[in-house]
Design a protein around this ligand. Structure first.
Ligand code: ADP
Ligand code: MG
Length: 712
């Protein structure tokens, strides 16, 4: 009977330790709520044990409280000890009896020893071993047996005799049993916790890293997992990404993606460049580092995605800059070459044209030589046109703005334009009525239209239409504003529209930049519209374009209206007796042929000509000539003193002398930015006989007060 009660008491301990295990699992880190609950549990068990004790008779009661309280203190520390101890003390005091003092002492001693051991063990992470628990139980219960001497001597001795051996043997064994169960539970909870934590740490490496990471099934391409960075990058929520296939992101077709995945599987390649599509439809260049990993027995691809769009863009930009630089250098050297060739060529053309004209003047129309000489003259003039274009390309042309009726100029150009655009494209010409005059060099109008026509031809595949229209336009202060940067006023509009492929916004934004071209290398130079823009702004005009992809393009050029009606500066002046003169002319030209030609022409028209092959010779003649000298005609580019310098030197010797420059192109000595200064007279080489005579006459007849003879 006694032993049965003892066993029941022990069984209670075991039941308790099982419940304690649940608490350990719930609060594995032994936080405050966990240990307080343990205290309540152990306290309650101690109280139950005391209420159903082993009755020794005479008010003596023994139970498992010593085991419970010491272990509660050992395992769960002061908070659990305080709670459980308070409950047990309250119960024991309420029960009263002879053994009350001893009962309270046992409770306090068990708690004290348990806490002592708890704090000594604290640093040691390992749960207590069976041996340790046995020694612990033995100490607790030896102390308990010793406390029995608190009882009256007679009783104490008989109790020790009856209870001593079982207490010293059974109670430490119970301590081992319960302690072992508890320590196993604590250890298990701790290792589960540690595992969970390390798993969490590793998971964090995937989830919280700022690199975009995907876990992909190599068999199907399904996205098994994606981290937050991936969700942010692609713009899909994470769970949406987890339901997607890599083919919904990669712009390659699935079979090709699977081929690439195969390379990772075969350990052949780990780094790839792809284009990935995001939720908003945008496509980005990415670099993907992919490797095979095994997760829970399955093989997956772990892909880290790195956006390289910006890097690629700047690489492309650098490449483009490099190409542009090369192109610019090429254009520069071609320009220099063309300009140089054209210059020499011009001099020879001057001879050909000049002598042909003179010879033609000497033969009558019925002479068989007449036709042949005319052919030479025509060919010479065509060559002169070509040279002019070359010089324009080399930007060595001098502009000579004239008051023009654009309709007239255009009418003369239609044939050339039709030749440029070919027969498949219809040319529609809509001249505006009563068009205002504009001030512009007709050669520049040529250039504008030729460039626009070439572009239109390139934009039209097959059949199409090119429409050219002119119209007067008034831009008012508030209403009728066409371009924001346009100053209000009256303009003549020249609109050129085509039915070609048109262009997108991106192209339209860069249209006028030099070297901007969408055409393949060798086809476009990107200089066409830059030239047009330059010409238009040089003439204080504005240019504007409207276009949509697939809907053609319209270029509108606004040139300011001129009011002062200036006489047209035609090279072919009307023939008449007025072209003759008796004045003395100092003609300076380093090219002997041209000098002779000029001399011949001027002599023919009645002038006295002092010919000089250099600046030095010219100055000598200016100093030594007995009579007056009325006009200096000089080449611009000469070895030694150039045309401008000579003009000043001669003017110092002979005040009031006028100067007429001749040149194939204008050097900066007489023109700034290619535009002639006012009052500077200039004769374009190669010159026609009559043009030269007319020019000389006009310069001589001009009111000398209105225009100084030399450019100062
Ligand atoms: P290029 O003709 O040598 O390319 P441009 O400066 O003349 O250089 O033109 C620049 C670019 O503008 C062209 O490459 C083309 O893309 C675009 N462009 C010009 N004119 C048109 C047009 N009429 N229709 C469509 N695109 C045009
Ligand atoms: Mg072009």
């Amino acid at each position: 009977m006694f032993y049965l009660d003892l066993i029941l008491n022990l069984a209670l301990l075991v039941a308790l330790s099982v419940i304690s295990g649940f608490i350990v699992q719930r609060w594995p880190k032994q936080t405050r709520p966990g240990v307080v609950l343990q205290g309540l549990l152990f306290g309650a068990a101690a109280v139950i044990g005391m209420l159903r004790p082993l009755d020794m008779g005479g008010g003596l009661i023994f139970d498992g409280r010593s085991v419970l309280l010491s272990l509660a203190a050992l395992f769960f520390g002061p908070w659990a000890a305080a709670v459980a101890g308070t409950m047990a003390l309250a119960c024991r005091i309420a029960m009263g009896g002879v053994g009350a003092v001893m009962g309270v002492s046992v409770i306090l001693a068990s708690l004290g020893i348990g806490l002592l051991a708890h704090f000594r063990r604290k640093r040691i992470e390992e749960p207590p071993t069976a041996g340790y628990l046995y020694r612990f139980g033995l100490v607790v219960h030896l102390v308990m047996v010793a406390l029995m001497f608190v009882l009256p001597a007679g009783i104490a001795w008989s109790v020790i005799q009856r209870l001593g051996p079982p207490v010293i043997i059974l109670y430490p064994l119970a301590t081992i049993l319960v302690g072992k169960i508890l320590s196993d539970q604590v250890a298990a909870a701790r290792s589960v916790e540690a595992l969970r934590r390390s798993e969490e740490d590793w998971r964090r490496l995937f989830e919280e890293h700022t690199a975009v990471k995907l876990i992909i099934s190599p068999e199907t391409g399904a996205i098994v997992d994606a981290n937050q960075a991936a969700a942010d990058y692609y713009g899909w929520p994470r769970d949406a990404l987890r339901r997607m296939n890599i083919a919904q992101i990669n712009t390659l077709p699935l079979p090709e993606i699977m081929r690439e995945i195969g390379k990772v599987q075969a350990l052949q390649q780990t780094c790839f460049e792809f284009q990935h599509r995001r939720a908003d439809g945008s496509e980005r260049d990415v670099e993907v580092f992919s490797s095979r990993i095994t997760i829970q027995g399955g093989v997956f691809l772990h892909a880290i995605v790195h956006d390289i769009t910006d890097r690629k863009l700047s690489e492309a930009r650098n490449r483009k800059l490099q190409e542009q630089l090369l192109q610019a250098q090429k254009m520069e050297s071609i320009g220099r070459l063309a300009g140089g060739v054209a210059h020499d060529f011009n001099n020879m053309l001057a001879l050909i044209i000049g002598y042909a004209e003179m010879a033609l003047a000497r033969v009558s129309a019925d002479n068989p030589l007449h036709g042949e000489l005319s052919e030479i003259l025509a060919a010479g003039r065509r060559s002169a046109d070509l040279t002019r274009q070359l010089l324009a390309f080399a930007r060595k042309q001098t502009i000579q703005p004239r008051v023009l009726d654009l309709n007239e100029t255009m009418a003369g150009m239609l044939k050339m334009l039709q030749r440029i655009i070919g027969e498949e494209i219809a040319l529609v010409w809509k001249p505006g009525a009563g068009l205002w005059p504009v001030l512009v060099d007709p050669a520049q109008v040529d250039q504008i239209l030729a460039n626009l026509a070439v572009n239109a031809r390139d934009a039209i595949a097959g059949q199409g239409r090119l429409t050219i229209e002119t119209r007067n336009v008034t831009v008012g202060g508030t209403q009728g504003v066409i371009l924001t940067e346009m100053t209000p006023g009256e303009y003549v509009l020249l609109a050129v529209s085509d039915t070609g492929c048109g262009m997108d916004q991106e192209t339209a934004a860069h249209l006028f930049e030099p070297f901007f071209t969408t055409k393949e290398v060798g086809k476009g130079t990107g200089l066409g519209l830059a030239t047009v823009y330059g010409i238009v702004s040089q003439n204080n005009g504005f240019i504007d374009v409207s276009s949509r992809p697939g809907q053609g393009a319209e270029f509108r050029i606004y040139l300011p209206r001129v009011h002062a009606v200036e006489t047209a500066d035609t090279q072919e002046a009307a023939p008449g007796p007025s072209l003759e003169g008796r004045e003395t002319v100092l003609l300076v030209e380093d090219e002997a042929g041209i000098l002779a030609l000029g001399q011949a022409i001027l002599t023919q028209y009645g002038y006295t000509v002092l010919a000089a092959r250099s600046s030095r010779e010219a100055l000598e003649k200016a100093r030594n000539h007995a009579g007056p000298i009325d006009l200096l005609i000089t080449d611009v580019v000469m070895p030694g003193l150039n045309g401008n310098g000579l003009s000043r030197a001669v003017a110092a010797l002979r005040p009031g002398i006028k100067t007429l420059y001749m040149s194939g192109y204008t050097a900066d000595v007489i023109a700034r930015h290619g535009v002639l200064e006012e009052g500077v007279h200039y004769l374009q080489k190669p010159f026609a006989v009559k043009a030269m005579a007319a020019k000389v006459r006009r310069v001589l007849d001009e009111n000398s007060a209105g225009a100084p003879g030399s450019s100062a």
